[in-house]
Design a protein around this ligand. Structure first.
Ligand code: PAF
Length: 289
């Protein structure tokens, strides 16, 4: 496995590689990331992973400085997965001058997480486009855990004609259902136990939808109220159309329920895709609980 920190060396190393799948990360890897690496491996002969904590996607007062940086441990994990190239640039390498050219994401980027993290998706879209231009992979893999991010990246790639296939990886969960995330490490032992409520509540709402309840605002309110009653500070709980992330209407059959809430200082996000077709086809996409 080559670990490369600068763009010219990366370009030289990838010169003869056309069949490359790419997994962009901010490091501090866990099983969720490794599942994306394994998915990448199924899509191409060679796999590259980037590790870069992108300052553009953090707002003032967010956890940019505290974000765990665990390069050595991450490289050992990627080596075991048979990754070919790790690209771990410095900030100076990616931003030799202040980044004045940025990607304007679609308006949906101002809703859901975007409403609570202004500029976040502009920062994500900008770094992802830079990384895609640097690495030039045939396929790039993103996790469904960051569902809105996946949507923004897909929209950017489609509308800017970026020649890459975007592959979505399923959310990986702890045995109690909590979606794996680097930020889970911020939770105290008591908060870690409580954190599984987010997924349980989304699962209950999804089950209620599949049982025929299409009163989405009431379901959202129930999830929100239960989280609040257990000490969470809720940013949003929202049922959206799966392909556009527009607010879902009762007649919609293909939806996703998304939520973001804070336990103490830790902000957690999660989502469940729900197919509400005829009863015999109703299922929760990719999820088992
Ligand atoms: O999902 C992440 O880890 C980041 O948002 C990404 C895609 C690596 C961009 O910094």
């Amino acid at each position: 496995m080559e670990v490369i920190a600068d763009i010219p060396t990366l370009r030289r190393s990838l010169e003869a590689t056309s069949d490359l799948a790419f997994v962009p990360t901010m490091g501090n890897l866990h099983e969720g990331h490794l599942s994306l690496v394994r998915l990448a491996r199924r899509h191409a002969a060679r796999v590259a992973v980037s590790m870069f904590v992108n300052p553009l996607q953090f707002g003032p007062g967010e956890d940019f400085s505290a974000y765990p940086r665990t390069m050595e441990q991450d490289c050992a994990m990627l080596e075991r997965e048979g990754v070919d190239i790790v690209f771990a640039p410095s900030e100076a390498q990616l931003f030799p001058v202040p980044q004045q050219v940025v990607v304007q994401p679609p308006p949906i980027a101002d809703e859901l997480c975007g409403a609570f993290r202004p500029g976040h998706f502009r920062g994500v879209a900008t770094i992802v486009l830079k990384l895609l231009n640097i690495v030039r992979p045939r396929a790039a893999v993103f996790g469904k855990k960051d569902y809105q991010q996946l949507h923004v990246v897909r929209t950017m790639v489609s509308q800017l004609n970026v020649p890459v296939e975007i592959v979505a990886g399923e959310t990986q969960r702890a045995p109690d259902g909590l979606a794996l995330s680097s930020r889970n490490g911020y939770l105290s032992p008591a908060q870690r136990i409580e954190a599984a409520r987010l997924y349980r509540n989304l699962g209950r709402a999804a089950q209620s939808m599949m049982d025929g309840n299409r009163d989405f605002p009431a379901l959202e309110a129930e999830v929100r109220a239960d989280l609040k009653a257990h000490g969470w500070d809720v940013d949003y709980v929202s049922v959206r159309r799966r392909h556009t992330l527009e607010p879902a209407a009762a007649a919609d059959a293909d939806v996703v329920i998304l939520a973001a809430a804070r336990l103490g200082k830790t902000r957690l996000i999660d989502n469940l895709e729900v197919c509400l077709g005829p009863a015999q086809f109703a299922k929760i996409w990719g999820q088992v609980w």
